[in-house]
Design a protein around this ligand. Structure first.
Ligand code: HEM
Length: 501
């Protein structure tokens, strides 16, 4: 009988431990947001969330209001939906919310990169130095040359370039932006023709990884897909290996600066290769898809296309792209294109759907804009999904699902920055780049790169949809929450190089 005591005790501890792990013991405490654990132990709402995050959050907001906590695969996420309450979260003056902890785990899993002390701060300071201001001017030049190379080839347009060519618009845009971005940031060998071919091959592999990415993050891959992801990771580590850097020229100062920091920290070359893969992903995963949406919206809205072409002709003047020659165009003119700026901002409003995540470090109080206080529990994750809360809010953006190319223009034609919710001026009226500590450090480069691409496409090419009546395709529901969305299917289009006038 005496022996049974410890056995029963251990059993009880194991049962309680299991129940705790499965989330069955968690109860809503006073002042905490509404808690929705879902009906399946531990998994909670994971299936519905992963199937279509946008629809799931819409449903939860209708059920619980502007703040709620849901269980997703054993982890509790508190979503704040009211954009007027974002301020204290993004400023985080009390330093109770942590971005780095979650990000470190994710990049280890996805890219194999193990973070070192200070690298997160270093990425942001490298970006301030080389992806903004004077550093950006230099990179923009390199980007323009790479875009010209990717669009016209290394020996110039083929004799049939002025005939119509048919392609998938998504593939076409992603492919060009990827090749141009990759070559400008990671450099090239002397043989540009060969390098362009390699960039093309790398793009094919990049897309394979890209397609698996959402389910990889959610740990939903089948055994074969796991093997494929492992192969792709190794392929990218090798393709971006720092060992080859000595053979390359034109590696951007941004990459050079960051790799030097890692070397000084004693990070081994194999880990630097993984860092490069992470940077390739961050820099190339969104610009292609965003440029696709931008061109598609222009093709579907002739009045917008006319306005952009008119502005572009004024800005470009006589400048014309010619293979192998530097394009005679003052890049600072990109700053004087309010119509194209508005088109890009509207495209990002409709196309960019990131999730912002912060780990709650200590229990603390969040004050909402309506004056109500909520207790956030240590260890939970605080999440924002601005696409639903901001981009699609009809109060902030009337007719939110409609593309309006001049939505971000004032009647006098300058940039519009005044937007309101419930009569109050709202600071975060779009958030394609995230915000606060984790805001995208490449946003200025991304914008100028995409603007250059659109500018060159609309001035140098005739473009048309194969079926002009084809509707804008719906978003692939798997991509909600992962930066720029992707279409659920391709859109066929035709293009031909315009003859020089
Ligand atoms: C349309 C293009 C782009 C979009 C929509 C975009 C969006 C974003 C977003 C939303 C984040 C923050 C993610 C978070 O909060 O966890 C982010 C992070 C990041 N982006 Fe971008 N991005 C774009 C292009 C670029 C480019 C061209 C570069 C570099 C050349 C870049 C470099 C980075 C880096 C390094 C991070 C991680 C920053 C950190 O760890 O704090 N991005 N991007």
């Amino acid at each position: 009988m005496v022996l049974w005591g410890p056995v029963l005790g251990a059993l009880l501890v194991a049962i309680v431990g299991c129940m705790w792990l499965l989330g069955m013991l968690r109860q809503r405490r006073p002042r905490e947001p509404p808690l929705d654990k879902g009906s399946i132990p531990w998994l909670g709402h994971a299936m519905a969330f992963r199937k279509n995050m946008f629809e799931f959050l819409k449903h939860m907001r209708a059920k619980h209001g502007e703040i709620f906590t849901v269980q997703l695969g054993g982890q509790y996420f508190t979503f704040v939906m009211d954009p007027l309450s974002f301020g204290p979260i993004l400023k985080d003056a009390q330093r109770k919310l942590d971005f780095v902890e979650y990000a470190e785990k994710l990049v280890l899993k996805v890219f194999g990169y193990r973070s070192v002390q200070g690298d997160y701060r270093m990425i942001h300071s490298a970006s301030t130095k080389h992806l903004m201001g004077d550093g950006l001017e230099e990179l923009n030049r390199a980007m323009l040359d790479s875009l010209s190379l990717a669009m016209l080839g290394s020996t110039g347009p083929s004799p049939d370039a002025s005939c119509w060519h048919e392609d998938g618009l998504f593939r076409f845009c992603y492919n060009i932006l990827f090749k141009a971005g990759y070559l400008s940031l990671f450099g090239y060998t002397k043989d540009k023709k060969q390098e362009l071919l390699q960039a093309e091959e790398l793009f094919v592999e990049f897309r394979k990884f890209d397609r698996l990415f959402p389910r990889f993050v959610y740990s939903l891959l089948g055994p074969r897909e796991w093997l494929e992801v492992g192969r792709l990771q190794r392929l990218f580590h090798k393709a971006l290996s720092v060992e080859h850097n000595l053979e390359k020229c034109g590696i951007s100062n941004w990459i050079t600066y960051m790799l030097q920091f890692l070397r000084e920290q004693g990070v081994v070359p194999a880990m630097q290769d993984k860092f490069n893969f992470m940077m390739l992903w961050a820099s190339q995963g969104n610009t292609g898809p965003t440029s696709f949406w931008a061109l598609l919206f222009l093709l579907k809205h002739p009045e917008a296309m006319r306005a952009v072409r008119e502005e572009a002709t004024q800005v470009l003047g006589e400048a014309r792209l010619e293979a192998g020659k530097s394009f005679d165009f003052n890049i600072s003119a990109l700053h004087q294109m309010p119509v194209l700026d508005s088109v890009m901002e509207e495209t990002l409003r409709l196309g960019a759907a990131p999730t912002l995540l912060r780990v709650v470090n200590n229990d603390h109080i969040l004050k909402m804009s309506n004056g109500q206080d909520y207790l956030l529990r240590s260890g939970d994750i605080l999440a924002l999904f601005p696409y639903l809360s901001v981009h699609m809010d009809p109060d902030i953006h009337p007719e939110p699902t409609t593309f309006k190319y001049d939505r971000f223009l004032t009647p006098s034609g300058s940039r519009k920055v005044d937007f309101y919710k419930a009569g109050k001026k709202i600071h975060h009226y779009t958030m394609p780049w995230g915000s606060g500590v984790s805001i995208c450090p490449g946003r200025f480069l991304a914008l100028s790169e995409m603007k250059l691409f659109v500018l060159l496409m609309v001035t140098h090419f005739d473009l048309e949809l194969v079926d002009p009546d084809t509707p804008v395709p719906p978003v692939d529901p798997q991509r909600w929450g992962f930066g720029t969305t992707q279409p659920s299917h391709e859109v066929r289009f035709r293009y031909r190089l315009r003859p020089a006038e």
